[in-house]
Write a protein that binds this ligand. Structure first.
Ligand SMILES: Cc1cc2nc3c(=O)[nH]c(=O)nc-3n(C[C@H](O)[C@H](O)[C@H](O)COP(=O)(O)O)c2cc1C
Length: 188
């Protein structure tokens, strides 16, 4: 028997695109002071050159930093730092030094000014090559100039049993992959 379809209003319909893999994006101000913003809306947009896009709301402090600085780093957190990830998504760099308040550790990047976050498991250093307005957000497209990952968790894909990614499911709710229900197609 077919299931009835329920119509949703747009204020909640965006959650039909969640749970979404959540990342911590770093950027810097004019003096080089770093900020962290939590984003659920990011994606790969090109293999060659390798590009990613992030969607950042107009009102975010990070929006102005990325618009001006033209660089950002996409850091991939896991469930070990889900509390810090929520903090960076509920507080603004206008009022808080998020590195100081979370205790997360900045690590110098190779090719861009924004730092990596040491506690994250993977990092994409990006230079902004394009941007477009999409309603109330700006989609920043970054060309990836360096990609790094923690040793031992990646071999042509993450080992799903090891990473426990953070997937945002709306509000303050997160879910992760249960390694017990994953059937890896290959071994590391
Ligand atoms: C799990 C989660 C996901 C979020 N995803 C996005 C997003 O994709 N785009 C966005 O603009 N804001 C997103 N936010 C909101 C920003 O992270 C939040 O407004 C943050 O405080 C902005 O920080 P800033 O003012 O220092 O830039 C998200 C928040 C949370 C908690």
């Amino acid at each position: 028997m077919l299931v009835e379809k329920v119509e949703l209003e747009s204020k909640s319909a965006w959650l039909l695109m969640h749970p979404r893999h959540t990342v911590l994006v770093t950027c810097v101000d004019g003096e080089g002071k770093p900020n962290i913003i939590t984003l659920a809306w990011s994606m790969v947009t090109s293999f060659n050159p390798f590009m990613v896009a992030i969607s950042v709301g107009f009102g975010r402090y990070s929006h102005d930093l990325i618009k001006t600085g033209r660089e950002f780093v996409v850091n991939v957190p896991n469930m070990d730092i889900v509390g810090e990830t929520l903090f960076c998504g509920r507080n603004s760099g206008r009022d808080a030094d998020k590195f100081a308040e979370t205790g997360l550790t900045p690590l110098a990047a190779k090719h861009v000014k924004p730092p990596l976050i040491a506690e994250c498991i993977a990092h994409l250093e990006c230079k902004v090559v394009n941007e477009m307005t999409t309603g109330d957000h700006t989609l920043f497209v970054g060309q990836v100039v360096s990609a790094t990952v923690n040793e031992g968790i990646f071999d042509l894909g993450f080992d799903p049993g090891k990473i426990r990614p953070i997937l945002h499911n709306g509000g303050d709710d997160f879910v992760t992959i249960d390694p017990n229900v994953v059937t890896p197609s290959r071994k590391l």
